[in-house]
Design a protein around this ligand. Structure first.
Ligand SMILES: [Zn+2]
Length: 137
């Protein structure tokens, strides 16, 4: 189901709506088509509205965001566990690496979707080329 949101004068969804759709791993234009046919592979076009999505340049930005978020969350949790609880060393060794890996894997796809959605909403990297009549890549 498409998420409601404002539309800019160029017919694109507002940045927050496109980011929200990307976070849900849906097409930033219509909000219904699947953005990822595989884990981190962005579809070349939306299967529902046929919006071309191949020009995104998310590159390393989603992993940077995920590392930043997970690092702060896990670091704070370790600090809390060390200062407030008496957690044995074996529990630290068993818990934190697994939780870090799981959190990174869970967050990577929606964060990449949000980055692609933001690029789409801002018309970055060729997303705005169709509206301006410029040739695509
Ligand atoms: Zn779509």
């Amino acid at each position: 189901m498409a998420s409601p949101g404002r539309v800019t004068c160029e017919g694109r969804p507002a940045a927050m709506a496109a980011v929200r759709r990307g976070l849900a791993c849906r097409c930033p234009a219509c909000g219904t088509g699947r953005l990822f046919p595989r884990f981190l592979k962005v579809a070349s076009e939306c299967p529902d509205c046929r919006t071309t999505l191949h020009h995104h340049r998310a590159d390393d930005f989603p992993p940077y965001i995920v590392i930043f978020l997970v690092g702060h969350l896990i670091g704070y949790a370790i600090l809390l566990a060390e200062t407030r609880l008496e957690v044995p060393l074996w529990a630290h060794l068993a818990l934190w690496p697994i939780l870090t890996i799981v959190l990174c894997l869970v967050l990577l796809q929606p964060v990449k979707g949000a980055v692609v959605g933001l690029q789409y909403a801002l018309g970055m990297h060729g997303f705005g080329a169709e509206g301006r009549g410029a040739p695509g890549p």
